[in-house]
Design a protein around this ligand. Sequence first.
Ligand code: FAD
Length: 373
Amino acid sequence: MTDQVDPVIIIGAGQSGLAAARAALDTGFRPVVLHAGAGPVGSWPDYYDSLTLFSPARYSALPGMPFDGDPDRYPRRDEVTAYLRRYAQTVDVDIRTRTRVTTVHPRRDGGYLVHTDTGDEIAAAGVVAASGSFGNPYLPTLPGQDDYAGDLRHVAHYRRPQVYAGKRVIVVGAGNSAVQVAYEVAVHARVTLATREPVRFLPQRLGGRDLHYWLRVTGADCLPRRVLTRLVRHVAVLDTGVYRDALACGLLSRRDMFTAFTPEGVIWADGTPESVDAVIFATGYRPDLAYLKPLGVLDQGVPRQVGGISTTHPGLVYLGLEFQRSFASNTLRGVGRDATHVMTALAAHLSGRPRQDRQRRDAASRTGHGDRR
Ligand SMILES: Cc1cc2nc3c(=O)[nH]c(=O)nc-3n(C[C@H](O)[C@H](O)[C@H](O)COP(=O)(O)OP(=O)(O)OC[C@H]3O[C@@H](n4cnc5c(N)ncnc54)[C@H](O)[C@@H]3O)c2cc1C
């Protein structure tokens, strides 16, 4: 263990925060994890009921603990939650649940002051922002949206399809969540996918093996965005064939994105109005990092970083950002690699700090003042 005095604070105890905590121990320091939720399981319990991992169990584990049971099955949401709860028990660090970080301020000596909604103010030698993006859903704004009287929600607030029985529903988006949700709602309701471009599919299985096997053996899983986007130019939905068939047989339909809302529904791109009971936006998420505003590290909500390491603030790192270092960064299978990378950088930074921390503490005790800077 390093002999740093102030702890490293990890914000969030989802898979990213837990992977960070484990990598910190492996690297030689013991962090403190502050987590807004009730248990160290991230946002998984809040995802929709039917959610099933798109990767088999054998490719979905965090470092050091495989999933139990058949490695070729696709674990469901509640299994992932249980897995993360068990994983947290294997990581010997102080995890403080029901503790939301409200702000992070810089200290003059290069450290940080972390404020929480429980009233604590914690001096930190380093900060790991691992708070995910589920708390910050992205909702576009269209003309007339505020006057629409139907049920409008982001997919973050969707749980199950039965509530849409017999209704006319539009799902906006061409990604995995959009197509999965549209498909299951279509069993109960009349559903159209509204997308800017045609929906594209990637086969879940190729040559008798799951796609994740090929991603691993070819190394595609580790490619940075600039390389991968040259090979794969469009968002594509993983499919065993059921979604493609649903579109082909008319269980689901697709139209170009509508241009505006009316009080009763939408106006399609060709100018046709239609009454619609509900619109679900599956339009993605943005990093949930508002607590970093006092540091001035955000550019329109997006952190200034390379590979998860802040380009403006030494000792500040990120985990779980989309495409942080590769296609797999924001997944169970990929976050462990990134955790090792950012924690190694953080450890190198911390190795220069212990003396400063001790000098500051000594000065504070001589003057009788606390350690606020
Ligand atoms: C619908 C959906 C399906 C997905 N399916 C898959 C899949 O099949 N396979 C896969 O590998 N990945 C999948 N992902 C992607 C990713 O693995 C998950 O989003 C995962 O939950 C991200 O983990 P995380 O730890 O980065 O963030 P989260 O799980 O969101 O955890 C972050 C935690 O930080 C806490 N927090 C936030 N702000 C603060 C604060 N200020 N102070 C303290 N705590 C805070 C939150 O309460 C949250 O619990 C999916 C994502 C979504 C949205």
